[in-house]
Ligand binder design. Sequence first.
Ligand code: KIV
Ligand code: NA
Length: 266
Amino acid sequence: MKRLTVPAIRNRKGGEPIVMLTAYTARMAQLLDPHCDVLLVGDSLAQVIYGLPSTLPVTPDMMIAHGAAVVRGSHHAVVIVDLPFGSYEASPERAFETAARVLAETGAAGVKLEGGVAMAPVVEFLTRRGIPVMGHVGLTPQAVNALGGYGARGRSNAEHAQILDDTRAIAQAGAFSIVAEGVVEGLANELTAAVAVPVIGIGASAQCDGQVLVTEDMLGLFERTPRFVKKFDNLAGRISAAVETYAADVRSRAFPGTDQVYAARD
Ligand code: KIV
Ligand code: NA
């Protein structure tokens, strides 16, 4: 199966919803790839993989190591890699250097970056130089210190207007799609109607052009999850039960059994 392309994703506006999940490792990418249109190597690997308190400490090297693993583990989905905090905001040139390195060293098809009106020049600079950019508006976790937390966005009139401006600016600058995170449902619908590129929701609305979740959250593997996460499984419970059985079998010498030991050659 030929790998999907960025233009194919952009052309899904208003059509069949885009299926997107995060992936950080080759094996998880293999498992998700047949079912997903986009695999996002999210900087959420900070919390999910590294036990960090926020996404702010993530480095380009971390994103590149995991991005390359996800590209190796997939052959169907479009792979997009998050640009980490501090690696793109200062100038379009700085952003280009980071993004070019990410694409060259991972084989991913594009990058995602957070921000609105202020990041529009960065998005335009990258897209005009052949680097596809996915935007990310609303609840932007790299701005947690400015936002004061991870609560839903767009409840006040001022915030509503700002997020609408942000989304329009990023679309106008050439983003091929935009993640809208943690925005109230009515605003998510408005954003989706306001721009000509797909809006991919997370904690947003079923009317968005696609949905994304953190894979470990939707599998019930990660312990603390926002209210917008639907748990499609309870992997944490299943892993605990399997490991409890393993520990008991080791202690009782039930493991290894006859099937798991090598007989002497006769
Ligand atoms: O880092 C991430 O996982 C993300 C998605 C939640 C959109 O940015
Ligand atoms: Na992210």
